[in-house]
Design a protein around this ligand. Structure first.
Ligand code: DX5
Ligand code: ZN
Length: 236
């Protein structure tokens, strides 16, 4: 399984976004951009104009995570602007299939995100419509929160659904991903890792990305080598 690391600019210096993006461009795979509207989550960050400006400067593809109400209205615009991946929240989407198709119609990857308390099971039939599932491992809205281990069984379950589906769907985790927690996520089946404070709060973003990648690869390898089973059976 390939490992993809997406530093989250939420933990970067917003006054120096282009430089902060550059700091990881040689070592990371994607740049994760958290768009929050102050309604779906109790925080307000950046919107389309700033994403458009970033697109002109960033060398890595942008992975836009929309924590907003009314994604039907906004998501296609991020994709049309040039974001290579656009993710909407299952909890906010009134017409997820239409919106995911509109994202894909631009050539971008379409992602569907789930808060910690939202089950992926009712959305299993939507797998043919998505390129990525994003499982939040914190309550969305703020960086720097503690990783929720209770999401690990859901990561395993999502990986099983993806395997059964047979398609090439990425499984992203977002929130509290650090050198301490990334191994557990990789063992559970995640293959794309968002990290904000663990990258931009470390003092050396590039080295942190490299360390996270090595840990994820090692954990994924050891999980592949050991037989499945033995995981706690929590609801997923
Ligand atoms: C929070 C965002 C995350 C955030 C993660 O709602 O979706 O992408 O940047 O930050 P850390 O890695 O610090 O938990
Ligand atoms: Zn995010």
């Amino acid at each position: 399984m390939s490992v993809r690391i997406a530093p989250s600019l939420l933990a970067a210096d917003f006054a120096r976004l282009a430089e902060e993006a550059d700091a990881v461009s040689a070592v990371a795979d994607w740049l994760h951009v958290d768009v929050m509207d102050g309604h779906f989550v109790p925080n307000l960050t950046i919107g389309l104009p700033v994403v458009e400006a970033l697109l002109r400067h960033a060398r890595l593809p942008l992975d836009c995570h929309l924590m907003i109400e009314d994604p039907e209205r906004w998501a296609p615009m991020y994709a049309e602007a040039g974001a290579r991946s656009v993710t909407i929240h299952a909890e906010a989407a009134g017409a997820p299939i239409r919106t995911l198709r509109q994202i894909r119609a631009t050539g971008a990857r379409a992602g569907l995100a789930f808060n910690p308390a939202t089950s992926v099971r009712p959305y299993a039939e939507l797998l043919p419509e998505v390129d990525m599932l994003l499982l939040m491992t914190i309550e969305p809205g703020f960086g720097g929160q503690e990783f929720m281990d209770l999401v690990l069984p859901k990561i395993r379950h999502a990986r099983e659904l993806i395997s059964a589906h047979g398609g090439e769907i990425w499984l992203q985790v977002d929130g509290g991903v650090s050198e301490e927690t990334i191994g557990r996520c990789a063992e559970a089946g995640a293959d794309m890792f968002v990290a904000g404070s663990a990258v931009y709060g470390s003092g050396d973003p590039a080295s942190s990305v490299k360390a996270l990648r090595e840990l994820a690869i090692a954990a994924g390898r050891s999980a592949a080598a050991s037989p499945p089973g033995g995981c706690p059976g929590a609801a997923s």
